[in-house]
Design a protein around this ligand. Structure first.
Ligand code: CA
Length: 241
């Protein structure tokens, strides 16, 4: 991992409490990060679209548009890790259930040390993911991806389960490889559709659900209770490995 890239990451802090948001900015900048501030939900969407941050710290209780709505909206538009900040314990269920597709959360009050550790961990995950993607594009050695008894071979575009080849259609393969290369990330239906089927595809996002169902039949130990490709309610899917 290139440490420099991780250090210069851009972080969008969405927090309406002025003292806390300044404290976050100060502490994150001391770590070498570039920090943008937004103080309400609409401003958060604007800044996220414009600055394309590497990570978003998102308070839930916000003026204009709350953090859950902001999270839901951004999930449809971009792949970015989101760390939710919440003051209320009754909100944790929603966030924890990852219904909103948050990658992590912290309950206020939190220690800066802990927050920075979480930020670092999330950025590292993204960095790793980008490197895998990068090596896929730039390197001729397309190493197989292995998840327990599941192996995906990008070079041959083949999938093996317990060493035996799985009969898989080209689109199913592309979808599976896309999910696997974004392991652990919440991917919205629209995003999957755009990346796997392309802009020109005119079918609806139900196509994604149908292909996921077919994939589950092929690679899940129990397709009725999927553990490899899990549903993130109201958003899309996440590949667990
Ligand atoms: Ca707040």
């Amino acid at each position: 991992m290139k440490c420099g890239e991780e250090m210069s990451a851009k972080i969008l802090v969405v927090e309406d409490e002025a003292v806390l948001s300044e404290t976050l900015k100060y502490n994150l900048e001391r770590q070498g990060y570039t920090v943008y501030l937004a103080h309400d939900g609409l401003e958060a969407l604007r800044q996220a679209r414009e600055k394309k941050p590497d990570l978003i710290l998102l308070d839930i209780m916000l003026p204009q548009l709350d953090g859950l709505e902001v999270c839901r909206t951004l999930r449809q538009e971009m792949i970015v890790p989101i760390l939710m900040l919440t003051a209320r314990t009754d909100e944790i269920d929603k966030v924890l259930g990852l219904e909103m597709g948050a990658d992590d959360y912290m309950t206020k009050p939190f220690s800066m040390r802990e927050l920075i550790a979480r930020v670092r961990a999330l950025l590292r995950r993204v960095q790793l993911m980008r490197e895998q993607l990068g090596s896929r594009v730039f390197s001729s050695s397309q190493a197989p991806l292995t998840f327990g008894d599941l192996t995906i071979d990008p070079q041959r575009r083949e999938v093996f389960l317990q060493g035996k080849p799985v009969s898989i259609k080209p689109k199913e393969y592309e979808l599976l490889e896309f999910l696997a290369r974004h392991r652990g990330m919440v991917l919205s239906r629209d995003l999957i559709l755009e990346r796997v089927w392309g802009w020109s595809y005119s079918g609806g996002s139900r196509t994604v659900d149908v292909h996921i169902r077919w994939l589950r039949e092929k690679i899940e130990p129990d397709p009725a209770h999927p553990t490899r490709i899990v549903t993130v309610r109201g958003v899309g899917y996440r590949f667990e490995g």
